[in-house]
Write a protein that binds this ligand. Structure first.
Ligand SMILES: [Mn+2]
Length: 343
């Protein structure tokens, strides 16, 4: 069983009482949804449906093709389906701010009663009426798992595979330091309940790469630069590359993790030119530098080992500015960061 702090128990209890009290729910998650975003909202959807609640999921962006094996993925609707629907309770999952679900959707989905925020980002804002924020959790899916456990409702097969997918994705397939003994125990339990083959889940999520994305990857890897001390590595992706390979900036997702895997690299950067000329930056740290702190200097945020920001400057200037700042962090390391989480 989980060891829970009193504050956690209070929050789980408060949230469960609220879920019991209401009938109509809407769920949502961040733009460009990933495995934890989709996994956590589908598992909560399945749990609430099991309780006889009326639940709808609205996302700004479509479900990525590689998650279209998950049970009930096709029940996820977009902003155009909201119409006059006003949920009593809106539950936002895995989004560190309300705007992360998309500004238009956030404005459209105002709940009539309560806004709930379930998240594990270290930089999460307590924007909900009820906030269940646990930076120590590997993923939002792990928080949903614990919530369901508190309700003492059996986890369904369908729910188990969604929760597992979230856990797997946010721990980088159980490679990152947020994959604790507890995370592994939960994963094992979910595999037993769901009666699925973990290798098949892996293949669905990671081995459906379009050839256009591999072509883009080869373009991006050609831009690799490593500082003289070997500690900072950067790559960039441009709009020209997207045109040439028939991809979009979505295809850049995950590239930064490969750069981080270079021997000796402390900080990895992947910089992506946006259509409006601004630049999106993804940062990874091996542990010496807290990249969420670094990103916050550029009005970004995230976790100590995985963070990001968006800057209003051309991509080459962005690389120069960020590498320069990263160098300063490496030269003056503060306290070594503990957690490491993905989005
Ligand atoms: Mn997450």
């Amino acid at each position: 069983m989980n060891t829970l702090h009193t504050a956690d128990m209070y929050n789980y209890g408060t949230l469960l009482a609220l879920l019991d009290r209401h009938q109509n729910f809407a769920l949502s998650t961040h733009i460009n949804p990933d495995g934890d975003a989709i996994g956590s909202e589908l598992s909560l959807y399945l749990f609430l449906t099991q309780l006889g609640k009326s639940v709808r999921i609205f996302n700004t962006d479509a479900v990525p093709v590689n998650y279209r094996f998950l049970p009930s993925w096709d029940s996820i609707e977009d902003i155009h389906s909201v119409g006059t629907y006003r949920p009593e309770v809106l539950v936002v999952l895995d989004a560190s701010t309300l705007e992360r679900i998309g500004k238009a959707l956030a404005a459209t989905l105002l709940p009539t009663h309560t806004l709930v925020n379930i998240d594990h980002h270290a930089t999460a804002e307590a924007f909900g009426d009820i906030n269940l924020i646990k930076p120590s959790a590997s993923s939002t899916s792990e928080i949903v798992y614990t919530l369901i456990k508190h309700h003492q409702t059996p986890i369904s097969k369908a729910c188990a595979i969604c929760l597992y997918t979230g856990l797997m994705f946010d721990t980088g397939c159980f490679r990152y330091s947020n994959a604790t003994a507890e995370t592994h125990r939960i994963a094992a339990e979910l595999i037993e309940i769901g009666d699925f083959a973990p290798d098949e889940v892996y293949r669905h999520v990671y081995e459906h790469i379009p050839v256009s994305k591999i072509r883009l990857l080869s373009e991006i890897l050609r831009t690799l630069q490593v500082t003289d001390d070997g500690k900072i590595a950067s790559v960039y992706a441009t709009q020209t590359m997207f045109l040439k390979t028939g991809t979009t900036s979505e295809a850049v997702e995950g590239v930064v993790n490969q750069i981080q895997a270079i021997a000796g690299v402390e900080v990895a950067l992947c910089v992506c030119e946006q259509l409006d000329g601004s630049t999106k930056v993804s940062l990874r740290s091996q542990g010496q530098v807290d990249v969420s702190e670094l990103a916050s200097e550029f009005e970004g945020g995230g976790h100590s080992r995985a963070a990001g920001c968006r800057v209003v400057m051309p991509y080459l200037s962005a690389i120069t500015a960020l590498v320069h700042t990263a160098q300063r962090y490496i030269n003056q390391p503060s306290t070594r960061c503990g957690d490491s989480l993905k989005d």
